[in-house]
Design a protein around this ligand. Sequence first.
Ligand code: HEM
Length: 503
Amino acid sequence: MESESSFSLQSLQTSFCYFFFSFALSFSLFSLLLFVLRLKLWCNCDVCRSYLTASWSIEFDNLCDWYTHLLKKSPSKTIHVHVLRNTITANPDNVEYMLKTRFENYPKGKPFSVILGDLLGRGIFNVDGDTWKFQRKLASLELGSVSIRSFAFEIVTTEIKRRLVPLLSSAAGEGRVLDLQDVFRRFTFDNICRFSFGLDPGCLELSLPISEFAMAFDLASRLSAQRALSLSPLIWKIKRLLNLGSEKKLKKAIRLINVLAKEVIRQRRKMGFSASQDLLSRFMGTINDDKYLRDIVISFLLAGRDTVASALTSFFWLLAKHPEVAATILNESDRVMGPTQELASFEQIREMHYLHSAVYESLRLYPPVQFDSKFSQEDDVLPDGTAVKRGTRVTYHPYAMGRMEELWGPDCLEFKPERWLKNGIFSPENPFKYPVFQAGLRVCLGKEMSLVEIKSVVLAVVRSFEIQVVEDNDSPRFAPGLTATVSGGLPALVRERRRSSSS
Ligand code: HEM
């Protein structure tokens, strides 16, 4: 009797699952149809056709290169991809308008915050309005302080001295090929974890260990970004509801991140946070809600890790092609530091205008955030006359902007640090023409910190090593994601730099 009733209960459960699954499937197909109709997925203009059939990939390696090509051809430097309901611009006047003049009309918007919501929660990167204003104020105050800057500098210097240089020396000694992109991702993950959480995952130890936390964080950012590639958000939402495939993996990765974050916060509360310098401890003084604290700190991890690794990867890719730039950086550093000093001080780095220009120039050609989107709240007209309907995604495109002749002259595709120098002194550009760190009211909060980090690494590497990139492609092929990542990494041979005895 008991087995009969458990059998009927089982079959009832199975029928319910079938019913639920069929219902979810029909619902998703129906919603997909609505989505298709709403987004005019049948648009037959050249751009949309090329996008839908992926025929752009016959001529271009990367989507960003195709968009650049279209934007260059457009007289207003603005284009529309109707099927994505996306207006894309490389016009600095439009960029200033959306990031400053009519900032309130161009929030990140719900479509973005929903995609990253499970990973980032209510963290600064993922919110608008008052929640954003509150965190922005708090974070600006902390990041603007001298004490946090020297804390960050100390972390970076230690990581260079104890891990990066020994790893490069060991690879040089063994003639081993290293994937520099992987090295930089490990380097920046160690740094940003120590900076944000006061926790050292040790990813750049000589054995290049596998960190469960780094892997979970990687997977969670990648899978969250992949949601944006779904034809309709309903697809991933239903997968999430049914805990299937990539959504199941994402949930597991986020669970691991949460367990770790919770444990760090618990420990910190127990031990007392007032003596610690990391961001978490600093925010603990103002915020009591542990989930909110977790969200805030995770946003920093996402913002500060891959961006810097991406900047370093493209910098060394360019440098390998331009030994004359490496030689000028070396000369400048010798002049400021002398030939034997190992690591530069904060003040010495500030004196190196050529180095600063070389980093800016590399970021112009290869911005880590190649494009960035907002969603228009109301119907609007951009300064170039482009009409924008409410709910339209409006994207500014730093990658394309760095390649516009109208903005940078006929040599815009060349890597020329000198273009940033006036009488040997670095001369900045209008930030809306160069929105690599965004610009306006939501400009990157880690800009100064990341520049010091990048320059410290460049100096340490260039002064002691020569880098030879193994696969010498004309231009990098990027993997899809939130930040520019080179498919296949940056395999390189490292050699100790021989200094002439006179230097
Ligand atoms: C080369 C390195 C970096 C680049 C190119 C970069 C670029 C950007 C960009 C384009 C944004 C705007 C994103 C958006 O609103 O959608 C941004 C925001 C932000 N960045 Fe960075 N970033 C870099 C490094 C860092 C670092 C190291 C940190 C932290 C320590 C950081 C913290 C932030 C934060 C907190 C925001 C959000 C600001 C806000 O919404 O008010 N960034 N960054």
